[in-house]
Design a binder for this molecule. Structure first.
Ligand code: TMP
Length: 232
């Protein structure tokens, strides 16, 4: 396709979803994917660490094995590189919407905030791995660490990260807050400590107000189709 002889480079929208474990993002992300598909968007729903066979193998190691913070950071960035090269960039290039459950903000929050790992090293790895790629919109589901712990305890057996202390998750939350303050145009903070319907309405509004999406989603029509995300 060309406009006045110039090629039009189609690029899809890259949306990431973040928050401490137990914040309720996963059921909302499934609902968001369904909502966007109902409106005719091609949606690639993926996650980190993971999203490709290699990155899923690294995810299993990451979630099960004990390791230091640098090893954690290197593993998630190695998985991210493969994910970007094989799945995310090709999908964006053909105009798809990529909806990713966690991305690099999680590394700054968990390894940087939670583990206290050097943020400059993380920034360097971010630059190498992403070559400037950043999400168009990041939905940050913000919830106090004690409420998130209550929800996790009721939901599922804990993995290696989920067994961390309340203080750890409080530091992770502060890590997200710092990333949000550093990129306010990209982040939409969603108050996850409210009824599910209200959270869902905030998600829809954040997507509808995203510059990369303006005019491409219909909040009122879609709300009639799927008012509340399915229970996790
Ligand atoms: P989840 O996908 O079920 O939320 O689990 C992924 C876990 O990995 C979660 O506890 C957050 C953690 N994580 C990091 O510590 N650093 C990262 O860069 C990413 C993407 C996830």
């Amino acid at each position: 396709m060309t406009t006045k002889g110039r090629p039009v480079i189609r690029s899809g929208c890259f949306i990431t979803v973040e928050g401490i474990d137990g914040a309720g993002k996963s059921s909302q992300v499934d609902a968001l994917a369904a909502w966007l598909r109902e409106q005719g968007h091609e949606v690639v729903l993926t996650r980190e660490p993971g999203g490709t066979p290699l990155a899923e193998s690294l995810r299993a190691l990451f979630l099960e094995r004990d390791m230091d913070a640098l090893t954690e950071a290197l593993l998630v960035f190695a998985a991210r590189r493969d994910h970007l090269c094989r799945l995310i960039e090709p999908a964006l290039a053909r105009g798809a919407t990529v909806l990713c459950d966690r991305f690099t903000d999680a590394t700054f929050a968990y390894q940087g905030g939670g583990r206290g790992f050097d943020l400059d090293v993380l920034s360097m790895l971010e630059g190498w791995v992403q070559q400037g790629r950043q999400p168009d919109l990041t939905l940050w589901f913000d919830l106090p660490a004690d409420e998130a712990a209550r929800r996790r305890a009721a939901a599922r057996p804990a993995d290696r990260l989920e067994r961390e202390t309340l203080a750890f998750f409080d530091q992770v939350r502060q890590g997200y807050a710092r990333r949000c303050a550093g990129a306010p145009g990209r982040f939409a903070r969603i108050d996850a400590d409210q009824p599910r319907e209200r959270v869902w309405a905030d998600v829809q509004n954040a997507v509808a107000n995203c510059a990369a999406f303006t005019g491409a989603v219909n909040v009122s029509g879609a709300a009639a189709l799927s008012p509340v995300p399915p229970r996790a």
